[in-house]
Design a protein. Structure first.
Length: 180
């Protein structure tokens, strides 16, 4: 794990109760370089098993090709992404993961890091949990944006995050279930 990860990002990861991951888009196969305890609890993997791996290690037989293609296309275009994707815990148990990925750029528009936020898609009765997740994520990303630790001229785009509704999530889940 690189020692030059800004303290603002490290603090955000340490203090957050929502699953977070950080990858290095400049290293071969974009490995996971930092994750928080909530990520390890959700996935069942330990740091020694996850760090240094591409996050594809959580994919399996029912991971949607369209979701993988969306992520790949957004990465190639240096866009932030949000996608519902079928992932698997270490135990092999499948879960629907609403994944947010935000790119942090350096001063020359080169991707520096990608922050991933994972959220197990809630049942309709757990919709408030998603809203709390989105609020916590927005708060942390805003703190990263306000930090002077990151040499960037483009802030992490958080506007779409605040507009996501439970209806949007449920529609995405239904669409992915149909395409599975």
């Amino acid at each position: 794990m690189p020692l030059d990860i800004p303290s603002t990002i490290r603090d955000f990861f340490t203090e957050s109760q929502i699953p977070l991951s950080l990858t290095d888009p400049n290293a071969p196969d974009e490995p996971l370089i930092l994750a928080n305890e909530a990520f390890y609890r959700m996935t069942g993997y330990a740091a020694a098993e996850a760090l240094g791996q591409n996050c594809r290690f959580m994919q399996g037989k029912d991971t949607q090709r369209t979701s993988r293609n969306t992520i790949k296309g957004d990465f190639a275009a240096n866009r932030d992404t949000k996608v519902l994707i079928r992932n698997y815990r270490k135990t092999g148990e499948a879960f629907d993961n609403y994944l947010f990925i935000f790119t942090i750029f350096d001063g020359t528009d080169k991707p520096l890091y990608r922050i991933g936020s994972q959220f197990e898609i809630p049942e309709s009765a757990r919709a408030k949990a998603f809203e709390a997740h989105a609020a916590d994520l927005l708060k942390g990303l805003n703190a990263v944006n306000e930090s002077g630790d990151i040499a960037q001229h483009q802030l992490i785009e958080t506007g779409e995050l605040t507009g996501i509704s439970v209806k949007t999530l449920l529609m995405a889940r239904l669409e992915n279930l149909r395409s599975s």
